[in-house]
Write a protein that binds this ligand. Structure first.
Ligand SMILES: C[S@@+](CC[C@H](N)C(=O)[O-])C[C@H]1O[C@@H](n2cnc3c(N)ncnc32)[C@H](O)[C@@H]1O
Length: 271
């Protein structure tokens, strides 16, 4: 498969054309529990069987040390959460053999207030972070200022050196620390309307903020690496990869969304 291209079709089929161990990072947001109707296409295409078939393929195409970011959330059904996100996470671990490198969370800066539900306002979505093999082959963490920078500490550390397994340590707190695992990002405004090939006016209903793929691509890849999004929608992951000089492959079922993605990519290329 060529890089820097969006392919239209079902990911389950398209992924079979991809080489094993060829992708450095997968960052994606699949349909959530059929919460939205992507112009009717999801009704027939998204269910547990489809997820499992795609999950197996995603794990196959990932390189050793490659990372998969799975941004999902659950539907509320019969008064409770479906738990689909967690079932999917366990499938990646138990059946596909990926390791859960971390739980990560997207904390929405501007969530919809909760009404008439016996639970707190939902403002997080999962960004499960899996790795193939032992550990990520690339980790360029986002650093943030450390609140206690410059403070001097004396302490005894357990289980490090010394006969009784304790050793005195004496250190200055660094200026910076690795960022937290929950990221504050606003929901993408997505006000732009596009015209389809048959004259319909549409917009993609579930665009994620560009910061989401940007931060993950920065963290888990280096320049020139290949980033795959098997549910690329309006192309946000491709735009993020282009900004960071990474190569991308996008897969998307709905031709209208592929067209939107290609318009945005051409605009970014200045064409
Ligand atoms: C949550 S949206 C992703 C949106 C994307 N992150 C963006 O910023 O525009 C999920 C996308 O998956 C697509 N999709 C659903 N089933 C698919 C399948 N079997 N193969 C490929 N794409 C699929 C939908 O059409 C939809 O655009």
């Amino acid at each position: 498969m060529d890089v820097n291209k969006i392919y239209c079709g079902d990911s389950e089929t398209l992924l079979k054309e991809m080489d094993s161990n060829s992708i450095d990072l997968i960052v994606t947001s699949p349909p959530y529990d059929n919460l939205r109707h992507y112009n009717g296409t999801c009704d027939v295409c998204w269910n547990r069987k489809k997820f499992e078939a795609i999950a197996v393929e995603l794990s196959r195409v990932l390189k050793d040390g490659g990372v998969l970011i799975w941004n999902v959330n659950d539907k509320t059904e019969n008064g409770g959460k479906t738990g689909t996100s967690m079932r999917q996470a366990l499938f990646f671990m138990d059946v596909c053999g990926l390791k859960l490198n971390d739980y990560m969370f997207w904390r929405k800066k501007n969530p919809m207030p909760q009404v008439k539900q016996p639970r707190y306002t939902n403002r997080v979505e999962f960004m499960f972070c899996f790795v193939k093999g032992d550990k990520p082959k690339t980790f360029n963490p986002i650093m943030i200022p450390c609140k206690s920078a410059g403070l001097h500490y004396k302490s005894t550390a357990k289980n490090i050196g010394g006969e009784n397994g304790r050793r005195r340590i004496d250190y200055n707190v660094n200026q910076e620390m690795v960022d937290y695992q929950d990221w504050d990002m606003a929901v993408a405004p997505n006000r732009r309307i596009f015209e389809t090939r048959n004259g319909e006016k549409i917009k993609h209903p579930a665009v994620f903020p560009i910061e989401l793929p940007l931060r993950h691509i920065q963290t888990w890849t280096n320049e020139g690496d290949i980033v795959l999004d098997p549910f690329i929608g309006s192309g946000t992951t491709a735009l993020a990869a282009m900004s960071l000089n990474r190569r991308y492959i996008g897969l998307e079922l709905n031709q209208d969304y592929v067209d939107i993605a290609n318009v945005l990519i051409q605009e970014k290329l200045g064409k």
